[in-house]
Each structure stands twice: as C-alpha cells, then as structure tokens.
Write a protein that binds this ligand. Structure first.
Ligand code: PRF
Ligand code: ZN
Length: 370
C-alpha cells in the first residue's frame, strides 16, 4: 500500500501540500524525517518521538547491515518490531554512507567493495544486496542503491557515476519483489551539472518509480548553487509523485527546498547539534553552554511548547551540559526535533492558507537569516 495525494500547489512558489499513505500510517507533506541511523533516534524513545509529532523516521541500511546484522533484525520480525516503532520508516540504501564512512572503497559495475569503518572487515554492497537488506528490514519506503559523488568533482566523473547510478536503479527495480509492502524510490544524481541532472531526472522518471529522491546535494556546495540545481531538477519531476531531498535539515535549507517543490527531507542536524549543546530557537541558534545562560531561568525558546521548554530553564540545561549529564542531551534533542517538526507543520499550514512566502519571510527575519 502506497499512495501520494497532491492536495495543493502554492500560488506564490512551487511549494506543495500532500499526503502519503503507507501500511504503517499517513504522512503529511512537506515533512521532516528525524534520523534513527542505528535503529534509534539518538536519546529518544518511540513514545517521545510520537509526542513531538514525528510521522516517519529514517534509518540506515549500511549501519544496520554492519551491526546488528540482518539476521538479528529478521529474527526480531523486522525493524519496526525490533525498535518498537509502529509508524512509517524510510531506509537509505547505503549509497551515501558507504561513500562517506567506509575505508578502502572500490566501485565496480557490480557494486561497492569496502572495509567496515568499525572493524576493517571486508564488505560488499550491490544494488541487489541493498534491496535484499532493506526487504529484511521491512521499511515502508526504500531507496535505490546510488553513488553520492563528492563535491567539487569533474563533469566526466559525474557523467560516469550518474550513468552507473541509473543502471543500478534499474537493477534495484528488477530485484525488488516485495512491492505490496515496500515502496522503492529512485535517486536522481548529476552533481552540480544541469545537463547531467536533466539526463538523470528524465531517465529515472522513465523507469517509473513511485517516488523520487534528489541526491548529491548539500555535499558542501554553496546554498545558492544548491537552490539553483534543486529548482532546475524538480521541474523534471512528475507532479503526482513525492520528491525527497536527501540530507537537508537546517531551517533555511528546509524552507528553500519546500519553496522549490520538495515534499520530504531528513537530516542528522537537529539531533547532532543538540548533543553538543546547540539549540534552535525562533531567534536563531544558541550555544547553551555559554556563560550567558548561567542565571537565565527562562525557557530555551519562549515560543516553544515542547516538553523541555514547558518544564526546564536555560540555566538548568546549561548546568546539565557542563557536568556531562545525559539528560541535557535528551532535553536538547526533544526541543530541536520539536522545533523543526513544528516549523514544518506551520509550513504546511502556510501552504494551505496561501501565505508560504510571507511565513518564510517572517521566520527568516526573526531567525536572523539573510
Ligand atoms: N544518496 C543517498 N543518501 C543520501 C544522499 C545521496 O546522495 C545524500 C546527499 N546529501 C544524503 N543522503 N543514498
Ligand atoms: Zn522547546
């Protein structure tokens, strides 16, 4: 079961309002997906994730393949049961992590040989193997195996890499049999080269996936370049299918993506920065360890209704970080995720009410962007 309904397209931009239905429930789009790389959104219980409004989480083939391994997750009855999360799960194919984390990679037409970043043991992931692993995980939305090319890199490199990713996508589609329960997305690559983005987008769309991801962006390029390539790419994508921008999760990147027609995004940013004491607020980021907050008994963000902001002060959370108490990380994570999920909810409301660009403008002014 997989359905995408496009409910509305904004008048002032390419922003869209939609709804995805999966076997594990509905997802309102545009949506931000918290990242649970190793079958846990770091520091958060599933109940807490639900309480802050998470509708879907992302997990990673690469990490779960290395540890605990597919055999254990299979015995547990799949990833949903293993981690006790009964809402939708999207898994990435390993096509990014294998390139960013592993050692001694060798890319062949068949797949990628690499050494585990944990114990150095020899590993291999091919398009077929990535699908097999994701089939065992039982995630609702699965990704084709791709290469996320580095930046900056030559036109020739991206040309070869993007065409191999197209052939790999075709192999994933042929190999994926569990189509009633799991929906496969193709990933558009092409680096920062428009001619290659166009080929990748057109060929992926011809293969008729149920949804399309945009990969190879937010890899270190300037935001204006990303916005330009993104705007160009979404024009080749069908209106009737969801569009997922991979690895984007700061407030400005999310607004810019939605404005250009993106429906889904994920990133470790809110959870990662929370663990080093960086907190998102309506007036910009703050470093909670700063001495400035030593005697500040107000909430992290006076406009936030999250559990953390309703119950604890900056001074207390600063203290927790300064003495390395794990509750500090938990409270900051709850707040940062709530902040982004609430922002996405406001974005959806603004598209519904035809004031998306005004909302963006107000948010940016207060946050201190631009
Ligand atoms: N491919 C895959 N996962 C990803 C990316 C990609 O290009 C990115 C790029 N920002 C993040 N995650 N498979
Ligand atoms: Zn809060």
């Amino acid at each position: 079961m997989f359905k995408f309904e496009l409910l509305k397209t904004a008048k002032d931009s390419k922003a869209r309002l939609g709804k995805i239905t999966t076997n594990h429930g509905e997802i309102e789009t545009p949506i931000f997906m918290p990242v649970g790389t190793r079958a846990t959104v770091k520091t958060m219980t599933p109940d807490e994730l639900k309480e802050i409004g998470s509708q879907i989480i992302l997990s990673n083939t690469y990490h779960l393949f290395l540890r605990p391994g597919t055999e254990i997750i299979e015995k547990a009855g799949g990833l949903h049961k293993f981690m006790n999360w009964d809402k939708p799960i999207l898994t990435d194919s390993g096509g990014f992590q294998v390139f960013s984390l592993s050692d001694n990679r060798k890319i062949t037409e068949e797949g990628v040989h690499f050494r585990s970043h944990i114990d150095g043991s020899k590993m291999f992931i091919s398009p077929e193997k990535s699908i097999d692993i994701q089939n065992i995980l039982g995630s609702d939305i699965i990704m084709a195996f791709d290469e996320c090319a580095p930046y900056p890199v030559s036109h020739e490199y991206i040309d070869n890499s993007m065409r191999r990713t197209l052939r790999w996508a075709e192999r994933c589609k042929v190999h994926h049999k569990n189509t009633d329960n799991q929906t496969l997305f193709g990933i558009i690559q092409g680096g920062m080269y428009k001619d290659l983005r166009e080929i990748s987008a057109r060929e992926m769309v011809d293969m008729d996936f149920k949804g399309y991801s945009i990969g190879g962006l937010s890899v270190g390029e300037p935001i204006d370049l990303m916005n330009d390539i993104l705007d160009f790419t979404t024009d080749f994508m069908p209106e009737s299918k969801p569009r997922y921008l991979m690895g984007v999760g700061s407030p400005d990147y999310l607004f810019e993506a939605v404005e250009r027609g993106v429906d889904m995004a994920d990133c470790v940013l809110p959870t990662r920065i929370a663990r080093n004491g960086t907190v998102l607020t309506h007036n910009g980021k703050i470093a909670i360890k700063n001495a400035l907050y030593k005697e500040d008994f107000s909430a992290l963000d006076k406009e936030c209704d999250c559990y953390t902001c309703r119950n604890f002060s900056k001074a207390y959370i600063r203290h927790l970080f300064n003495v390395d108490e794990i509750l500090g990380m938990r409270l900051a994570t709850i707040h940062n995720l709530y902040f982004l999920l609430d922002m996405m909810k406001n974005i959806r409301e603004s598209i519904r009410g035809d004031y998306f660009l005004e909302y963006k403008d107000d948010f940016y002014k207060k946050y201190g962007y631009k």
